[in-house]
Structures are given as structure tokens and as C-alpha cells.
Design a binder for this molecule. Structure first.
Ligand code: ADP
Ligand code: MG
Length: 342
């Protein structure tokens, strides 16, 4: 054909002209299209800057909790807030700062009734902190494992529904929680508030030569995550958290709500790692519940990640459950512990 390359060239020229016109509109001095890209990068850090809280503005109160890498304070900043501060000895390189900023930029995109309110962050090293609203209630962990509270079926379902709503929202926005557990779920006069989503990389596991296993944590690890645990965790050895592994965590939370206990109760860590990694599910011998209730558990704990249901489906199933705890009927015996690969 006559001058097909010519056509290509002219198209490129037009495209180039459009680009440079765009950048002329957005920035009179830069006709180079590459500058447009730079502008959008700086607009990201610009919008991140809008959430920057100068550390001096925070009125830090008492310590409410301590982790290996974080200290949580209650405090004041235009009202009661929780301040989650990274420990100073830990923040000393560019990489941690970048990871922190990435997680902050995820956090600021969340607005949902059942998610803790992100208010801003201190992003100037060595003072790195995340400021959220202060949860007034107790965590599900405290209710279940410390106070030994027993929720009736209707309350249990209501709590699970709110968790699914908050989590469904996160997943719809492409955010993986990575650390969904009863310690990160607050109950405030009947309302569920989920905390610590997407913060795992900066707050846990990244430092040190040894794998540290916080108590209770193993019960939340999906088989594929369990299998990638290494005794010596390198800094970049990210664990393969996905929306599917969040669903597995939800299964564990559902079990805790129903049983008032941890799954795998009494087993040593080595046994849990070995069994879950091989596809064995925790025993359901302690669980007296209807078939539908157990089915949710089994589906969330599926060995294959893609066989686990999405939160939208979990919500539908939860809605259909009878609100009264069903008595065992002869057709639904309690020993439904379909352990391996079922
Ligand atoms: P974990 O979640 O493993 O308990 P954290 O470092 O996230 O560890 O929290 C430490 C303590 O601070 C916990 O007792 C937790 O309940 C509390 N905490 C964290 N965030 C908040 C918050 N937004 N409001 C109230 N308490 C909080
Ligand atoms: Mg937490």
C-alpha cells in the first residue's frame, strides 16, 4: 500500500500533538508529554500530603497496646484518636518509608461504616504514625476469649454480616486485609468496626531473622500462606495474602464466634502448620450447629483458594440462616468433621 508507514508516522505526530496540547493546558511551561506523567506522580504525593499530620499537632496519651514494631497510643487530635506509631529503632531505611506510604495511600481510600476511620498519618521519619478514630468498644477477641461472652445465634449472624459487609467493600476496592482476626474487630454498641486493614507489611514480620508467630495467628493462615512460611523470613519474603486468604480468616472468625474457642485447640504450632499445609481442616467436634452454619465454615476453609466463596455470597448465605440456634436433628449429627480435602 502507498505509504503505510507514512500513515503510522502521521498518527504518531497527531498523538504527540494531542499530548503536548494536554500538557500545555495543565502546565504552560512544559510541552514535553513526559512532564504530564511526572505531574500525575507528584499529584499522588500531593494528595498523600493532604493527609499528613504534623507530629507536633498530636496530643499523645497513654499506651494502649504494644507490638514488636508498633506502639498504639490513645490521644487527641480534634477529638479522641488512636495513634499507631512505628517504633523508631525500626524505621531507618527508605524501603520501610516507601512501604509505609504505600499502605497509607491504600488506607485513605476507605469509607465504610464497618471500617475504622482513617484520619491521617505522620509521614516524616523517624516519626511514622497512623491516626484513626479511637474504637470505644471491646474487640471480639476480648469478648470471646477473655470475657468468655456467649453470643446468641441472631447476634452471631449480625456480627458476621457486618464483617462481611466491611470486608466485601475492601475487596471491591481491591484491598486485601491480610490480618483479619478477632483482635482487629471491635464491637461498639452492636456495630462492628474492622481495623488494621492493609497494614501488615509495615507492622509485622518484616524485620528480624526469625519467624515470629504471635499467639493465635496460625489459626488464620490459609494453607497456601502456611506452606510459604519459612523459618528464616527474608525481608522481601512477602507472604501470599490474597482476597481468598482473607476469606479463610473470616472462616476462623466465624468458628470463634460459634464455638467461643480457637480452632485446632490444644495442638502445638508444628502440628497446625503440618496439618493445614496438607489440607486438613480443624475438627468440628466442638461445634453444635446446623448444616448450613457448618457449610459456611467448610467453604471458607477450602483448601483451594478459588473454591472459597466471596463476601457477597457469604452475605446471602448468612441472610438465609435461621436466627435461632437449631437443635441437632438426627439427620445432622455433630460429627461432621469432614477433615481432609472435602
Ligand atoms: P493487635 O491487633 O495484634 O492486638 P495492635 O498493635 O493492632 O495489635 O493493637 C495494640 C492494641 O491497641 C490492642 O489492644 C488494640 O485493641 C488497640 N487498638 C488498636 N487500634 C485501636 C483503635 N483504633 N481504637 C482503640 N484501640 C485500638
Ligand atoms: Mg490490631
Amino acid at each position: 500500500g502507498s505509504g503505510s508507514t507514512g500513515t503510522d508516522d502521521s498518527e504518531r505526530t497527531i498523538a504527540g500533538r494531542v499530548d503536548s496540547q494536554d500538557s500545555t493546558v495543565s502546565d504552560g511551561e512544559n510541552a514535553d508529554p513526559r512532564c504530564t506523567r511526572q505531574n500525575s506522580v507528584s499529584s499522588v504525593s500531593q494528595s498523600l500530603r493532604e493527609w499528613d499530620i504534623p507530629y507536633d499537632e498530636l496530643d499523645r496519651g497513654e499506651v494502649i497496646g504494644k507490638g514488636r514494631f508498633c506502639i498504639v497510643y490513645s490521644g487527641n487530635w480534634h477529638g479522641h484518636v488512636a495513634i499507631k506509631e512505628l517504633r523508631m529503632d525500626y524505621v531507618n531505611d527508605e524501603k520501610t518509608l516507601e512501604a509505609f506510604k504505600a499502605e497509607v495511600s491504600t488506607f485513605r481510600k476507605t469509607r465504610h461504616e464497618n471500617l475504622v476511620l482513617f484520619m491521617g498519618a505522620c509521614m516524616k521519619p523517624p516519626r511514622l504514625a497512623i491516626v484513626t478514630s479511637l474504637c470505644k468498644g471491646r474487640t471480639l477477641y476480648t469478648h470471646i476469649h477473655v470475657q468468655k461472652d456467649k453470643f446468641n445465634m441472631s447476634k452471631t449472624i449480625m456480627i458476621a454480616q457486618q464483617i462481611s459487609q466491611g470486608m466485601g467493600y475492601l475487596h471491591a476496592r481491591g484491598i486485601v486485609h491480610k490480618d483479619l482476626k478477632t483482635k482487629n474487630i471491635f464491637l461498639e454498641s452492636g456495630k462492628v468496626v474492622i481495623t488494621d486493614f492493609g497494614l501488615f507489611n509495615v507492622t509485622r514480620l518484616r524485620r528480624g531473622n526469625w519467624l515470629s508467630i504471635p499467639p493465635g495467628w496460625l489459626c488464620y493462615l490459609a494453607p497456601e500462606v502456611m506452606r510459604s512460611l519459612r523459618v528464616v523470613q527474608k525481608q522481601d519474603d512477602g507472604l501470599p495474602f490474597t482476597p481468598y486468604s482473607d476469606i479463610y480468616c473470616f472462616g476462623t472468625v466465624w468458628y470463634e464466634l460459634l464455638c467461643g474457642e480457637w480452632p485446632h485447640k490444644g495442638l502445638p504450632p508444628e502440628a497446625i502448620i503440618w496439618q493445614v499445609g496438607r489440607g486438613m481442616k480443624p475438627s468440628l467436634a466442638n461445634l453444635q450447629a446446623s448444616r448450613d452454619v457448618k457449610d459456611i465454615l467448610m467453604a471458607c476453609w477450602s483448601y483451594q483458594p478459588y473454591e472459597r466463596p466471596e463476601f457477597s455470597n457469604i452475605q446471602i448465605t448468612l441472610n438465609k440462616l435461621p436466627k435461632k440456634r437449631l437443635h441437632r436433628s438426627p439427620s445432622h449429627p455433630i460429627h461432621l468433621s469432614r477433615s481432609a480435602e472435602s
